[in-house]
Design a protein around this ligand. Structure first.
Ligand code: SAM
Ligand code: DTB
Ligand code: SF4
Length: 346
């Protein structure tokens, strides 16, 4: 029977979920998670900044905005060979999806064939592909789809009513338009936001409400904890209570039961125990590799150890017969027996 997905969540309902006793919220979220997902499988993506820094936008959290003095040096779009080498290394290290980010307001028409060639080459490695290039123009999404792009990442970042305090150079509705183009082109949507930017709990609820009430639930929902970068307006932001971050993961899990919720930026600053709670609450994806775009991420070895300690295994999406990536996480090649097609031990 198809799962009834709701797109009419009210703010009060979402705030009420956040306000549940912590154990009650986690129990509900984990129950939803088990109904639709293998609770021991985690999708593994690696990020690469293919065009770094010098961005004209003013996103208050972002180290790549030209106007903030963050020490990020602007770089041109990488050559295809360099991206390919990084993608091969990511695949060899165990990643199944390669996510490519560009510090643009949006690509120019002339950038699209170059990015399309990069996507085509990465796709040919047998990896899933994702790109995050900013606001898309006419025909861009179709061209990327044709090149073999699987996912387009474009975040709404925060609640509509808090958005104006974080970004002034583009509107919330611009983002919704790009998301519409992505869906219309038949690309899978990766769309989430950032918590810990000084928003209230009601505004955190507003972010998740807005994501769940999109015309389709994004297939991938990255929940980022702000990485405070000195030089940005949010460089001194008050750290969020880690349990509040876990609540955000749990609420996202409940609102969008079929989506893969990604425990995204902020893991380097996070305790292993908090990450374990996030996986229990319904996170089913991580960024893997020592770097996000410009900031740090846990070491590969630390993540492999965490997977071992928590008996997690990478979701097999390259091909069910490709056991190489599971072995890297030192799993047994017998299969977990939970129907996810993976090769990890039960
Ligand atoms: N320039 C494109 C855009 O903004 O759409 C794509 C790249 S942009 C860096 C992608 C996303 O990274 C942002 O929307 C934001 O959610 C996330 N991000 C950027 N800086 C961050 C930070 N310091 N902490 C957490 N997330 C961050
Ligand atoms: C997403 O939601 N988070 C990623 C990815 N999509 C592009 C980016 C995180 C960036 C963190 C700051 C940096 O490394 O520059
Ligand atoms: Fe530019 Fe994207 Fe950073 Fe905003 S988030 S400043 S658009 S790179």
């Amino acid at each position: 029977m198809p799962v009834p997905l709701r797109h009419d969540w009210t703010r009060d309902e979402v705030v009420a979920l956040f306000a549940l006793p912590f154990n009650e919220l986690l129990h509900r979220a984990h129950t939803v998670h088990r109904e639709h997902h293998d609770p021991n499988a985690v999708q593994v993506s690696t990020l690469l900044s293919i065009k770094t820094g010098g961005c004209p936008e003013d996103c208050a959290y972002c180290p790549q905005a030209q106007r903030y003095d963050t020490g990020v040096l602007p770089q041109k779009l990488l050559e295809i060979d360099e991206v390919l080498a990084r993608a091969k290394a990511a695949k060899a290290a165990g990643a199944s999806r390669f996510c490519m980010g560009a510090a643009w307001r949006g690509p120019k028409d002339r950038d699209i064939p170059k990015v399309a060639a990069i996507v085509r080459a990465v796709k040919a490695l047998g990896m899933e592909t994702c790109a995050t290039l900013g606001l898309l123009g006419e025909g861009h999404a179709q061209q990327l789809k044709k090149a073999g792009l699987d996912y387009y990442n474009h975040n709404i970042d925060t609640a509509p009513e808090f958005y104006g305090e974080i970004i002034h150079t583009r509107e919330y509705r611009d983002r919704l338009e790009t998301l519409e183009q992505v869906r219309d082109a038949g690309l899978k949507t990766c769309c989430g936001g950032i918590v810990g930017m000084g928003e209230t709990r009601e505004q955190r609820a507003g972010l998740l409400q807005a994501l769940a009430n999109l015309p389709e639930h994004p297939q991938s929902v990255p929940i980022n904890q702000l990485v405070p970068v000195p030089g940005t307006p949010l460089g001194d932001a008050e750290p969020l209570d880690p349990f509040e971050f876990v609540r955000a993961i749990a609420v996202a899990r409940i609102l969008m039961p079929l989506s893969i919720v990604r425990l995204s930026a902020g893991r380097q600053q996070m305790d292993d125990a908090v990450q374990a709670l996030c996986f229990f609450a319904g996170a089913g994806s991580i960024f893997y590799g020592e770097k996000l775009l410009t900031t740090g991420n846990p070491d590969v070895e630390a993540d492999r150890a965490l997977f071992r300690r928590l008996d997690l295994h990478p979701m097999a999406v390259i091909a069910p017969t490709d056991t190489a990536h599971a072995d890297l996480f030192e799993s047994d090649a017998a299969g977990c027996g939970q129907g996810c097609g993976c090769s990890a031990a039960a």
